[in-house]
Design a protein around this ligand. Structure first.
Ligand SMILES: [Zn+2]
Length: 261
């Protein structure tokens, strides 16, 4: 087994001994439909792997493999995997799929065209002509639920989702995270906020967001909706709550926290 990247110390006891996760070069996850699992205690003959999690009791090795059938297992696309994830397995899947994509797809320097080599001491790749190493791309993204008394503000985005959810947006170059929160709220619903409070964060691998969640307050009730991004926006309370994202997602956790705080 090769151990070319720094390993995370995983905080749960979800795994012990030596486990293996397999992702195809077309970014599909090897999955056992009988056990509804994607961690295996066999390497299925694949000797080379990247040690990507480590703890006292065991490790997880990532294998990037050809899209060939293995025993009675199937390869699943990202959207097919999602219903089978819980918060602990999401953490493992998120690190694995993002690393696999980066290893498989980011292979040439975008400036010089040189083939990149892995930096063994760090999670990076290097180009013979670049002064700096290349690190994996990650997109910081904010979520915010604005409160007014016991009501919370939720929006339905113009992206095909049927959920009402938190206001969301990507951090832009030159912005602070707090600045992004204020800008996104003003752009999407036209209100000013105060009492910004950090809630939690989550690695979200669809495709590579680092989500950071906040609550905030406002004295304004009237909304001016950005109709390009937002289909509907409204104030809700615990008895009028519409369909919201599941608890596995940070937005789902944030909405429940905002309602109960
Ligand atoms: Zn270069």
């Amino acid at each position: 087994m090769s151990e070319i990247f720094p390993c995370f110390e995983h905080q749960t006891d979800i795994f012990d001994k030596e486990n293996h996760i397999f992702i195809s070069k077309t970014n599909k996850l090897l999955f056992c439909p009988v056990n509804k699992a994607f961690l295996f205690n066999s390497n299925f003959g694949y000797q080379e792997g990247y040690k990507i999690f480590n703890q006292n009791k065991g490790s997880i090795f990532l294998h990037i493999v050809e899209d060939h059938p293995i025993e009675n297992l199937i390869f699943m696309k990202q959207k097919e995997v999602f219903p089978f994830l819980d918060s602990a397995s999401l953490n493992i899947y998120s690190r694995s799929i993002q690393l696999a994509k980066w290893i498989s797809n980011f292979t040439y320097c975008p400036k010089h065209g040189n083939e990149l080599s892995v930096v063994k001491s760090d999670l990076a790749k290097s180009c013979a002509d670049c002064r700096f190493d290349h690190y994996p791309k990650m997109s910081p993204c904010i979520l915010v639920v604005v409160k007014s008394g016991s009501d919370i503000l939720l929006v339905k985005h113009n992206n095909g989702s049927h959920f009402f959810t938190a206001i969301a947006g990507f951090v832009e170059y030159g912005e602070t995270i707090e600045g992004t929160v204020r800008r996104e709220v003003f752009e999407e619903v036209g209100i000013e906020i105060s009492n910004l409070n950090y809630f939690n964060s989550q690695s979200w691998p669809f495709p590579n967001q680092l989500m950071m969640a906040f609550t905030a307050e406002t004295k304004q009730r009237a909304l001016t909706i950005d109709q390009k991004e937002i289909l509907e926006a409204s104030w809700f309370n615990s008895s009028t709550l519409p369909q919201v994202p599941p608890k596995i997602s940070l937005s789902g956790q944030l909405i429940r926290e905002a309602l109960n705080s």
